[in-house]
Design a protein around this ligand. Sequence first.
Ligand SMILES: Cc1ncc(COP(=O)(O)O)c(C=O)c1O
Length: 431
Amino acid sequence: MTHYKNILVKRDQLLGPNLPTFYDQPVHLVKGKDVWVWDIDGKKYLDCYNNVPHVGHCHPKVVEAIYKQSSTLNTHTRYIHEGILTYIEKLTQTFNFDLTTAIMTCTGSEANDIALRIAQTITNAKGIISTNHTYHGNTALVSQLSDTNPSSSFSLNSFKRVFAPDSYRLNGSKNLEEYSRNFAQDIEQKINEFKKENIGFAGIILCPFFANEGFPNLPNGWLEPAQKIIKKHGGIIIADEVQPGFGRLGSSMWSHDIIGIQPDIVTIGKPMANGHPVGALITNYNFMSEFRKKYRYFNTFGGNPVSCAASLSVLEIIKEENLLSNAEKVGDYAQKKLKELAKKYEFIGDVRGSGLFFGIELVSDKNAKTPASELTSKIVNQMKDEGILLSKLGINYNTLKIRPPMTFTKANVDYLIEKLDKVLDKTQLND
Ligand SMILES: Cc1ncc(COP(=O)(O)O)c(C=O)c1O
């Protein structure tokens, strides 16, 4: 305990105050293997949260790829190296649309930052639309996209927000079809405002799964009216696949295919190299040429041979270990089990998700759908004490976010459900 307190004091001194940590009592991890992690006292946790170790913590094939390339050569893209070409060729084969050229970065934030710049370059306009409860990263530009976590005090008149979708409440709409039209109308209103203000409309950036918004349950085609309006006004569609990409949702590599939109630009990151810091932006050759001819863009670490080797190994593992079909099968099983729990506990308002990204929304009044945000926080902490790592998110932070490595098994689901049942039961008794 003394050691633990010392580390927190040292973090404050060396890294500054108000540094985000998970849980009331932060966890000090020292080791990971597949879906398991261990803390400094040897306590073992089932990792039901981390999408970065996509193919499992410390996967030997990724470790080997990093080791092999870093003991041979590491440099940047101003020297020619085939690693980046092999990777981008394989990556772009996974897309169904004209997404054939890429810029590699070190983070998702950088990828989104460039995506906005490309959209503005192509359209010669500035206006960008996002949702009001999104998160697309931490640069001076992209941090301004969100109302929820603005990270500096200036705000840009070239960014406007539309409402974040909420399939559980439908924000006053009668059904999903009406809700979809209302979402599109909200977008058109913002586009018209941009035009009136002489800012012009460059495009929209959204996570097709609306992960940070609480992953609402929206069917294929839901964004169709919005897409029509964006295209009618000449806007660029940027799909931020940083969270739902690389097969996490089970039935496809990319969430834009699942929701049914055709992006002009896709951005990726987090799970791309299983923890090695890599991101990328992918677009068509014409957009890339226009941007590259107009602006010189160079990224010292983006696309280095070690990052490319790590990224390539992840793509290979996803295929070799059949991880998409595992995500679909295990994710369906998990939702079935959660739905059984929902019959038992009145405060489970909604069960939703896709593949290995799922969760439950907790409410204090089922009829009024009143968010039980404090209760959710309590459950997240109690689950940690039970050896299960998960978190919460959504517009009201009352949705349990469960997003384990893609190697998660049905036995792992059973263990998670057993612990969740125990914690929910205790909560019920205490309330
Ligand atoms: C949807 C989405 N986009 C972008 C980012 C930013 O990625 P990074 O932290 O790698 O910059 C995040 C990070 O949480 C994210 O959730």
